[in-house]
Write a protein that binds this ligand. Sequence first.
Ligand SMILES: Cc1cc2nc3c(=O)[nH]c(=O)nc-3n(C[C@H](O)[C@H](O)[C@H](O)COP(=O)(O)OP(=O)(O)OC[C@H]3O[C@@H](n4cnc5c(N)ncnc54)[C@H](O)[C@@H]3O)c2cc1C
Length: 322
Amino acid sequence: MRIGIVGCGINGAYLAYRLAKRHKVTVFEKKKVVGKDVCSGIVSKRLWNHIPKNENLIINDINEAKLHFPKKEVVLKFRPDMLILDRKKLDQYVASLAEKAGAEIKLGTEVDMVYNVKGMKPQVKVGKKVIEFDRLIGCDGFFSVVRKGVGIEQPKHRLGIYGYVKRKGDSKTVDIYPTENGFCWKIPRKGTVEFGVMEMPDVASKMYKDFCKKNRTKPKKTYSYVIPGGLVDAAKGNVALCGDAIGLTKPWSGGGVIWGLEAGDMLVKSFPNFSKYNSSLKLKFGTKIRTSRFARWLGVGLASKMPILAPKQFSFDSDWIF
Ligand SMILES: Cc1cc2nc3c(=O)[nH]c(=O)nc-3n(C[C@H](O)[C@H](O)[C@H](O)COP(=O)(O)OP(=O)(O)OC[C@H]3O[C@@H](n4cnc5c(N)ncnc54)[C@H](O)[C@@H]3O)c2cc1C
């Protein structure tokens, strides 16, 4: 089967890697170089369930988050531990696996439009060329042209903003300061600390400035990008979507890497039946999203309003709640 994949971020690269073993896969990537520019790169060790282990990607590993509520500090032990990765290198590594498996990655090639007419094969328009595939997969992030082409609504989103400052030390703890719809963070990277905020777009920027000021720090450069959430439909006919294109991120942390890889495995398992993929995705992640939102509401409510009842320490699945 001829498969077209739009976007060579982590999800496009991973699906190309998995599918190229059996099919003819072409990946279109609009950037000239593969690699996500804006991402904290915290990913659980479950990463190695999906791709061959590569120690060169790891900057640090961490085993807990300290949650700073106004009247209480609660320690969340990660299960399994989390890795802090060089995100650009991760995407490049997975893209190299895809190429080794036989996928063709066309860099600097932007897909302008997608046609999905009932009874016909899906097509992509690249410049003046229209190319047809048996199956088309959109891994082209929040502003997905594939999602627009098939008429699926845009997921909700928040904004992530962060910057780095030089700091000595090798901490194994992430500091988290919950806010109304997100949180502020301090992440220990080797030789630097990342200060950041994820919140609704109208408040995130001010919150980031206030957070830096409170910590008497002034990162020289600021990075910012949308973090989608809220899982929309993942398929229409012979076109499927994965990752940020459908808002597949953990509701609290906004982390999307492991969930995207898990969804990728589900797509491969259901292939070429995209409607089966969509329903199994809804069943698994819809439930996770609802329970995770409830757990956050309960945990934050308890620690903020009845701190005496909140535990000092608890352990939770790294890819469910956080
Ligand atoms: C500030 C911030 C911090 C984050 N921190 C974490 C974290 O610590 N842990 C975690 O798990 N997740 C984190 N995330 C989320 C994570 O980065 C995303 O969920 C993940 O990268 C989504 O991957 P993707 O492949 O779906 O999309 P993307 O990485 O966005 O890749 C999409 C690709 O498609 C390409 N593309 C787009 N349109 C076209 C087109 N028309 N034609 C061709 N190519 C196209 C883009 O150039 C891009 O390469 C963070 C996100 C942000 C913004």
